[in-house]
Design a protein. Structure first.
Lengths: 526, 151
């Protein structure tokens, strides 16, 4: 009797080049983690930042190598069909690499200013980036879940990175607890979908749904709904957005920008692939659901953004509003809508990184100067910084000649083509409402005269806090009473990063061809 | 809805569970006499009368050690099935498990280098900024019996 018979286990063929960007990020992160520990001298923060930027740049090069591979050979899958290498995945690989490069420059100056040394920030950012990449490339629900966790867990820690501020820890706990809940719901959704279709592999699910007509699809629809809850949490769509303002406000500002860009990229990549590509057959079932979620997300983000005094909370509601726009493209459920959504994610990630970089600088040492009053007269004190911020805000508003305008145009056009006129009208309406708070900030920077005594140097004076009280929970329960409005220091790396984001916004707004063509290559494998 | 029929017992189980819990709590709220005394409200109704609250601060080091243990434990959990099937997994399995072990070992180096296993006095990693408003009377909370309040 041979109990321990040597079974032939078929090991999957692994195309290591196809997952090279993820491997570079994870390997690089581990290298960065130990590199500083093996020497006894104190390593400057810049070393880790440059290392992190270089690793992300290597991932970008690897993504472009795969890009050429896919253009030559066509899309393919690897590792037992669990990783899809198609145009859609590669657009997000490139986006995540760019986010990581920009974020490492912005984070460097923040870490130096706050005296947070060590490789941890960059290591966590790289690991989160690898998770986001894997989410875009995942071709299996189980892998999507694993990638979601690889992305989320470092983001929870990044939110609590600034251990000297209590709000930061609170943000991390809130984000972690709610995130863990949504992940559990997501897994339940996977289980129900598996129960209904007999597979977790996305192409297999799609082919099953194409060849079989399910007469009682309650379990499948319940699973689909639970998947939507999990994704909705990550991209902060409205019924699941509660964490967004508190976490955005509490997290260290560069981490907020990074988290927004990355979670939107990873979350929407998987959401678009699962809903449009896999469950496209069931679109008449999920379209009304997404339609409703898109409408409440658009309106709630725009309206609650109006009453915020804290710029980070304001941009949190703005990010909810933007999530609504991206959902408009998905709700259209046409390939035009999907490329509109992908373009929107790409553009918004760059815009939000730049915006939060400016907020990091204005926040000053201690990362607490985020009241609207801190921006009063910024145009006079620091015209270049204010101009860059104004351009980024106008880009988020959707002013013509910026990428933000084209993004809104594409998703709304897709909605109109799909005959959902109500959604298109509400989207435009919410853009008009949201414009009010973006433009208010721009006017505040340029229009209002400075109070007496603040020339440029250390003019720390207390301004009375006026205006509407915050609607949500203030993590500390206290509003900063004194607002420091001196000149803010603009270090070179952050300045370069802001310049790049502004350049992308304006150049590709005036000359949209290259970026639009690149995003239009975002075809699904099947 | 044929396929959902098999879920019906689960649904009834959930309903029964909720009904039983809410009925028991509701009944005890309505029927039981509410006459609280200080002895009844004590955390432990029998045993030594507590004189003061226990210290709330535990050394965070214990959590660190517990976490390291969990990480290494998980590594063993993954090593075990590989060891059982190492013959049939062949070279592919060996390479994969080595990569896995290496990526667990790297954070271990990080932990040791950062003093997670040092049990001596804590060394300061970062310089502490002086904060004049933080004194021993404003930051230290005494956890002994409250006799200093009476004084």
């Amino acid at each position: 009797m041979k109990l321990l018979a040597v079974l032939t286990i078929v090991t999957p063929h692994v195309n290591y080049v196809a997952i090279l960007p993820e491997l570079i990020l994870i390997g690089g992160a581990l290298l960065l983690l130990v590199s500083g520990q093996l020497v006894f001298a104190k390593i400057p923060t810049a070393f880790y930042s440059i290392g992190s930027g270089a690793i992300a740049a290597a991932a970008l090069v690897a993504s472009l190598v795969i890009w050429h591979d896919v253009q030559a050979r066509g899309p393919f899958t690897t590792i037992a069909d669990s990783v899809a290498v198609d145009g859609f995945a590669i657009v997000f690989l490139v986006l995540v690499s760019c986010i990581l490069i920009l974020a490492s420059a912005i984070a460097n100056d923040f870490l130096v200013r706050e005296g947070i040394d060590g490789p941890e920030y960059h290591v966590l950012a790289l690991l989160a980036g690898s998770g986001a990449m894997l989410m875009a490339a995942a071709n299996d629900l189980i892998l999507i879940f694993v990638a979601l966790e690889i992305m989320s867990i470092p983001l929870y820690i990044l939110a609590g990175m600034d251990s000297r501020r209590r709000e930061s820890g609170e943000a991390a706990i809130k984000y972690f607890v709610l995130g863990a809940f949504s992940s559990a719901i997501f897994v339940y959704g996977i289980a129900l979908v598996y129960g209904a279709t007999g597979s977790t592999n996305l192409p297999q699910i799609a082919s099953y749904l194409n060849t079989n007509i399910i007469t009682s699809n309650g379990v499948l629809l319940a699973g689909l709904g639970l998947l939507l809850v999990g994704f909705g949490f990550k991209v902060s769509a409205v019924p699941f957005h509660m964490w967004t303002p508190d976490v955005y406000q509490g997290a260290p500002t560069p981490a907020t920008g990074f988290m927004t860009a990355l979670a939107k990229a990873g979350g929407f990549a998987a959401l678009l692939r699962v809903f449009f590509s896999t469950f496209g057959v069931l679109r008449t079932d999920w379209q009304p659901l997404l339609w409703a979620i898109a409408i409440v997300t658009l309106l709630l983000g725009a309206i609650l953004g109006l009453v915020q005094r804290d710029v980070k909370r304001m941009l949190a509601y703005s990010s909810i509003n933007h999530a609504g726009f991206i959902l408009v493209g998905l709700a259209a459920a046409t390939s035009q809508g999907i490329s509109g959504s992908v373009y929107y994610v790409f553009v918004y990630a760059i815009l939000v990184l730049g915006s939060f970089a400016v907020i990091t600088l204005v926040g000053g040492k201690g990362d607490e100067n985020h009241d609207l009053d801190a921006y009063r007269g910024l145009g006079r004190r620091q015209p270049v910084l204010a101009f860059a911020f104004a351009l980024l805000l106008l880009g988020q508003t959707g002013i013509p000649l910026t990428t933000g305008f084209l993004a809104k145009l594409y998703v709304i056009t897709a909605a109109v083509r799909a005959h959902s006129y109500a959604l298109a009208v509400i989207a435009m309406l919410s853009a008009a409402i949201a414009a009010a708070f973006y433009l208010r900030l721009v006017f505040l920077m340029y229009g209002v005269k400075l109070p007496v005594g603040s020339g440029g140097d250390e003019g720390a004076l207390s301004l009375p806090v006026t205006g509407e009280p915050d609607d949500g929970l203030d993590p500390t329960g206290s509003v900063p009473t004194g607002v420091n409005i001196g000149r803010v220091v603009v270090p070179v790396p952050t300045a370069v990063a802001i310049f790049v984001t502004v350049a992308v916004t304006v150049v590709f707004g005036i000359w949209p061809g290259p970026l639009v063509d690149f995003v239009h290559a975002a075809h699904f494998l099947f | 809805m044929g396929s959902l029929d098999s879920y019906l017992p689960i649904f009834f189980m959930v309903v029964l569970g909720i009904a039983f819990a809410s009925l028991s709590f509701g009944a005890s709220k309505l029927l039981a006499p509410q006459r609280p005394t200080s002895a009844k409200e004590a955390p432990y109704e029998c045993g030594i009368v507590p004189t003061h609250e226990p210290a709330r601060r535990f050394p965070v080091r214990f959590y660190l050690v517990a976490m390291i243990f969990v990480v290494v434990d998980i590594e063993v959990i993954f090593l075990f099935p590989w060891a059982v099937d190492s013959q049939s997994l062949g070279r592919f399995g060996l390479v994969e498990i080595l990569v896995f072990a290496a990526s667990v070992f790297v954070p271990f180096i990080y932990l040791v280098a950062n003093g997670a296993l040092d049990w001596g006095p804590i060394k300061r990693v970062r310089p502490v900024e002086s904060q004049p408003d933080r004194t021993s009377s404003s930051t230290v909370r005494h956890v002994g019996p409250p006799n200093d309040q009476a004084a």
